[in-house]
Design a protein around this ligand. Structure first.
Ligand SMILES: Cc1ncc(COP(=O)(O)O)c(C=O)c1O
Length: 388
């Protein structure tokens, strides 16, 4: 079996992830930050370890500025629904996932408007478009760091610089890039960074979070939820300090134990080494697919400007049939359709059919890329024959 669906969730995970989760369940098990006993203290230490690992990965000085959520979706919702106020305005890239576009649609209903920045047909974004689209009341720029459809990496540092010059805050969705593209919160000029734990950070599903830069006053972001935090229990008013402001209720401690191990794996391997291997895989895949008569790659960016994800269509076969046949006949696991990103597909002119998406990961090999290309070539040859 060849798993090429790492943009949905990474698999396999490094063995230490399952071991850390097993250790948590069998030897620790308690609630962090609540009771004062030894197991609770150990659980708190493990959650702090996860926080510190994330802070190290994104060069964040204060780990308490990392807030954990169930996934990137909850992190993005927290910032989008909690930061702008009615009457304000948001700029957004044309490559966004529905975890940004749906909260923005909800926000529109509540009186906060947004504008989608124009892109070139291949998905390129000229950061100068930000200057043209800004208007009185614009407070936030939202950028998908890496497209989950085409793998294109947006120029967040340059866009961030322009946005700051214009007095905007910058929210980056790093769901597809955390762990495989270097991110430095301060150097890149980002204010909010949303990440998910179960893709390039190799943690389990049900983990994620966001980081707030030191420029952001947490009191200016309303939390999605309030409740028990184990702190200031004498008050019914939710704490306004970090990370408690955004972490109501018992956390997914077992998941965070796994996430800590996943991020440690990334830090030990090094983002650059992970990226080198993934760039080799995607280059091989792209070259092989580009040679097949009847296959069209969509939105493919140049080396250095892409993640390990690519999208293609095949003449004469619907994308869902391609993915089904790749699975059933060749044991190649891909994802077809709109990948929860209809806006990105509109930008790339692949809406409404969508694409077939291959997203290899660090544990894939070049032999697997060749086998996947061969499988696509076999399907394309069959489609050409049946077209006559
Ligand atoms: C670009 C992008 N943003 C956000 C998300 C949402 O991540 P999660 O499902 O972990 O909330 C995804 C996941 O597919 C994604 O690819």
């Amino acid at each position: 079996m060849i798993y090429l669906d790492n943009a949905a969730t990474s698999w396999p995970k490094p063995p230490q992830v399952a071991l850390a989760m097993q250790r948590f369940l069998t030897e620790v098990g308690a609630t962090p930050g609540r009771s004062g006993h030894r197991l609770s203290i150990e659980a708190g230490r493990i959650v702090l370890e996860a926080r510190e690992a994330i802070a190290e990965l994104f060069s964040v000085r204060d780990p308490l500025r990392v807030a954990f959520t169930a996934n990137a979706t909850e992190a993005l919702n927290t910032v989008l629904l909690g930061f702008p106020v009615p009457g304000e305005h948001v700029l957004v890239s044309g490559l966004e996932h529905n975890s940004v576009m749906r909260p923005l649609t909800e926000l529109h209903r509540r009186g906060t408007d947004h504008t989608v920045l124009p892109h070139a047909g291949d998905g390129t974004l000229d950061p100068d478009e930000i200057r043209k689209a800004v208007r009185p009341g614009t407070v936030l720029l939202v950028l998908n760091h890496g497209s989950n459809v085409s793998g294109r990496v947006l120029p967040v540092r340059e866009a961030g610089r322009i946005a700051r010059e214009l007095g905007l805050y910058v929210l980056v969705d790093a769901a597809q890039t955390a762990g495989c593209i270097p991110i430095d919160l301060e150097r890149d000029g980002l204010d909010f960074l949303a990440f998910t734990g179960h893709k390039g950070l190799y943690g389990p599903q049900g983990t994620g979070g966001f980081v707030l830069s030191e420029r952001v006053d947490p009191r200016h972001v309303r939390p999605l939820m309030t409740g028990g935090t184990g702190s200031r229990s004498e008050h019914t008013v939710h704490p306004d300090f970090l990370p408690d402001r955004f972490e109501a209720g018992t956390p997914n401690s077992v998941g965070l134990a796994g996430l800590a191990a996943g991020v440690r794996f990334v830090l030990e391997k090094g983002v650059d080494e992970i990226r080198r291997h993934e760039e080799m895989l995607v280059a091989r895949l792209a070259a092989g697919l580009a040679d097949i008569d009847g296959v069209t790659l969509h939105g493919m960016a140049r080396p250095g400007e892409r993640t390990c994800t690519l999208s293609f269509c095949m003449r004469g076969i619907a994308t869902s049939d391609v993915a089904l046949r790749l699975d059933e006949e060749f044991a190649v696991l891909a994802r077809a359709g709109l990948q929860c990103a209809p806006l990105a597909h509109r930008t790339l002119a692949t809406f409404p059919e969508g694409t077939v998406r291959f997203s290899p990961g660090f544990f894939n090999t070049s032999e697997e890329m060749d086998a996947a290309v061969k499988a696509v070539a076999t399907l394309a040859a069959a489609a050409r024959r049946s077209a006559g």
